[in-house]
Design a protein around this ligand. Structure first.
Ligand code: FEO
Length: 190
């Protein structure tokens, strides 16, 4: 066997050893889709808020959309670095219209609850496949979801108190602008 052939065999052998478990790879690619859909959905919500005069809410949602894209990218790099191939999904167009701020944050909260279930399912696959490295990597997402669900629930609680009071909604929007600035300053995701 010549040197080139030997190198090729070594390369293929290393690839086989380091290849990602196919079930785990599929679970991670499914999660890439979920994070991409989250980013897309929050971007659409940000647009609605922006054109309806809720600039604080829009800033919060634009940042949140960016965060979700980072969550997706973190998975993309992990899959590619671990010998798999990240699949970039086609996305459905999110809703363009919302009844109210309350409807937006209810949808956001419900979406995050679904994301938590999806993440738990990835963790479950890791355990079943004995992929402890990916299990460890996924713990960041598990912690992130606790924070995201709590924040979404707190915002919804405030909106329920305000109801349709215009003055209350104006103050809510300004408060969210401050919350957003604090989150940006701390480099933390919603
Ligand atoms: Fe990345 Fe909000 O889930």
């Amino acid at each position: 066997m010549n040197t080139e052939a030997t190198e090729s065999v070594i390369f293929e052998t290393i690839k086989l050893i380091t290849m990602m478990n196919k079930k785990v790879e599929k679970a991670l690619n499914d999660q890439i889709r979920v994070e991409a859909e989250s980013s897309q959905a929050y971007l659409a919500m940000a647009c609605w808020a922006e054109i309806h005069g809720f600039s604080g809410t829009a800033a919060f949602l634009y940042r949140h959309s960016d965060e979700e894209r980072l969550h997706m990218l973190k998975l993309v790099h992990f899959v590619n670095d671990r010998g798999g191939q990240a699949v970039i999904p086609e996305l459905k167009q999110p809703s363009r219209t919302y009844k109210s701020l309350n409807a937006i944050f209810q949808a956001l909260h419900d979406h995050e609850v679904r994301v938590t279930a999806e993440i738990n399912s990835v963790v479950d696959t890791c355990l079943k496949e004995k992929d402890y490295t990916t299990h460890n990597f996924m713990q960041w997402y598990v912690s992130e979801q606790i924070e995201e669900e709590t924040l979404a629930r707190n915002i919804l609680d405030k909106l329920k108190l305000i109801g349709s009071d215009k003055g209350g909604l104006y103050i809510f929007d300004r408060d969210l602008e401050s919350t957003n600035a604090a989150l940006e300053g701390g480099g933390k995701g919603a």
